[in-house]
Design a protein around this ligand. Structure first.
Ligand SMILES: NC(=O)c1ccc[n+]([C@@H]2O[C@H](COP(=O)([O-])OP(=O)(O)OC[C@H]3O[C@@H](n4cnc5c(N)ncnc54)[C@H](O)[C@@H]3O)[C@@H](O)[C@H]2O)c1
Length: 250
């Protein structure tokens, strides 16, 4: 049987961002109903995707993952439009680095708020619907930095490691209800956003330590995400899946 996400209802937080928009585009092309949730404006993206071959099922919801109220609205709007929530992709996140000596408590807290609290609040909001359905998938976009402990990113590494722990906990606690949770770890991607945030030396290091010998792009992640959104990934639970060309082999 072919892997299919046709009519699967997928909510993507940070859906207007560099990875999120690529995932949204691919999932729409594959026939999924996609909810783009972001604090950034995703109206243009949603309008563009609606014109895609099977893209009549895409909406944008302005929503802040750190707001309990916004997350409740996100779940309610998804249910109102599509009647169910099959998949939540916890993708919204802040990824820039700051050396430990310069890292302030305020920046640390902000990182935890978006990258950890945001995952908690979005997940809390969709679990009741998934419980009622008797099935659901939570996909947490993590980072291979949790295996490597990248210097200059204490707040980021810690936030992503927290979500790895949450993934394993939810796999155990929600698994019996048919809700499965997975953690996906890309490596440093080659995007305008990362180019603006990191020095060339960082990219050179990643490329030279990646057996494939190339830098990763958001498109490289999309196929795995399509599979994880499909019913065929039903038994993938509590896993951390590396998708970084082999730079880390945890
Ligand atoms: N870019 C990389 O190299 C890389 C590597 C590994 C993992 N990741 C992870 O992938 C995810 C997406 O990263 P990206 O590269 O697309 O970054 P990005 O900055 O392009 O996208 C992140 C999106 O999240 C949104 N966002 C930020 N705070 C939010 C909030 N409070 N509520 C709702 N939306 C919010 C932003 O508006 C943005 O659209 C992040 O979790 C990041 O940590 C990125």
């Amino acid at each position: 049987m072919a892997i299919s996400v046709k009519d699967r209802v997928v909510v993507i937080t940070g859906g207007a961002g560099e990875i999120g928009s690529v995932l949204a585009r691919r999932l729409v092309e594959e026939g999924a109903a996609v909810v783009i949730a972001d604090i950034a404006d995703g109206r243009e993206l949603a309008a563009e995707l609606k014109k895609a071959k099977r893209g009549n099922k895409v909406i944008y919801v302005k929503a802040d993952v750190t707001s309990e109220k916004d997350m409740a609205k996100l779940a309610a709007t998804t249910l109102k439009n599509f009647g169910r929530i099959d998949v939540l992709i916890n993708n919204a996140g802040l990824f820039t680095g700051t050396p430990f000596d310069e890292l302030t408590y305020a920046e640390w807290q902000k990182r935890m708020k978006v990258n950890v609290d945001g995952v908690f609040l979005a997940t809390k909001a969709v679990v009741p619907a998934m419980t009622e359905q008797g099935e659901g998938k939570i996909i947490n976009i993590g980072s291979d930095t949790v295996w490597m402990g990248t210097p200059g990113m204490a707040h980021y590494v810690t936030s992503k490691a927290a979500v790895l722990g949450l993934t394993r906990e939810l796999a155990n606690e929600l698994g019996p209800r048919g809700i499965t949770t997975v953690y996906v770890t890309p490596t440093l991607l080659d995007t305008p956003g990362t180019r603006a945030a990191f020095q060339q030396a960082h990219f050179d290091y990643v490329q030279s330590h990646t057996p494939i010998g190339q830098l990763e792009t958001p498109e490289d992640i999309a196929g795995l995400i399509v599979f994880l959104c499909s019913p065929e990934a039903r038994f993938v639970n509590g896993s951390a899946i590396n998708i970084g060309g082999g730079i880390s082999m945890h």
